[in-house]
Design a protein around this ligand. Structure first.
Ligand code: AMP
Length: 254
């Protein structure tokens, strides 16, 4: 039976800062670390599922988008030129070029071999990135367990994106109607202000959906052909989708 184990929220310092940064909490050494990729159009709720799966399975939530958002809060002089370039693409809603993303992930390859496991969210986004990930994992001598692909009709994707709000400090995700915070505009977990991501505004949503269709949806085929793809309906509440995700992984393990 595929069991959820409740864990404290993982510390992602090494992933968010890169370079020599180390996680403050000693990395957990699980007997069977889960190594998963989460796929799905922007707005299907991958980030929320990644948080729930991370708490439930003990694997670290590794989001490339979070690396860029963390970089945004740095002083301009503390950013590498790659980072500054990446932020320009991101605020327009465009995909950041593969070489920049791959450079950032390669710098953080220690997070991929971590014995706590990982949940990749937002990476890979292109077939070239998926091929590069295979190579990095091969070098780290670890293998992907499965790729969870979340499916949702387009009109529901748009409703989810435009209502999403993020905590400016701990990055927890809320939604104005489906997952509202207890106090409007304030994070339930740390009390900081919530904000709407620049790329969740309508003009950026359109660009992101187009980028997803052309670059990211061929990834499903890539992983299906390798027998790794597990499709999960992203309709319903976050908790329902989470239960469905665990069942889908369970069915695979059995
Ligand atoms: P996300 O939080 O995953 O939706 O990412 C936010 C933005 O960061 C995207 O719209 C892209 O501009 C950029 N980004 C994040 N991950 C990647 C990636 N793997 N490849 C290219 N661009 C990315």
């Amino acid at each position: 039976m595929f069991k959820a184990i409740m864990q404290v929220k993982s510390d992602r310092t090494a992933w968010l800062k890169g370079g020599d940064a180390r996680c403050k909490m000693a990395s957990r050494k699980l007997a069977h670390p889960h190594r998963l990729v989460l796929l799905g159009a922007p707005g299907v709720g991958k980030g929320t599922q990644a948080e729930l799966l991370s708490e439930g399975l003990g694997a670290c939530h590794l989001s490339t988008g979070d690396i860029f958002r963390a970089a945004k809060t740095l002083d301009a002089c503390d950013r590498t030129p790659n980072m500054t370039n990446a932020l320009g693409y991101m605020s327009r809603g465009d995909l950041v070029p593969d070489e920049i993303v791959l450079g950032l992930v390669a710098e953080r390859s220690g997070c991929l071999r971590c014995r706590g496991g990982f949940l990749l969210d937002g990476f890979p986004r292109t077939v070239a990135q998926a091929e590069a990930l295979e190579e990095v994992l091969r070098k780290q001598k670890v293998a992907l367990e499965a790729v969870l692909s979340y499916d949702l009709p387009l009109e529901q994707v748009v409703a989810r994106l435009s209502g999403r709000r993020i905590c400016s400090v701990c990055k927890s995700v809320f939604h104005v109607s489906t997952r509202p915070p207890k106090m409007s505009g304030i994070c339930d977990h740390c009390g900081a202000a919530l904000y709407q991501r620049e790329d969740d505004r309508p003009e950026s949503i359109r660009v992101r959906m187009a980028a997803y269709e052309t670059s990211t949806s061929p990834l499903s085929e890539f992983y299906r052909s390798k027998g790794l793809l597990v499709s999960v309906s992203a309709e319903g509440t976050p908790e329902e989708i989470f239960e469905r995700s665990l069942k889908a992984l369970d069915g695979r393990a059995g």
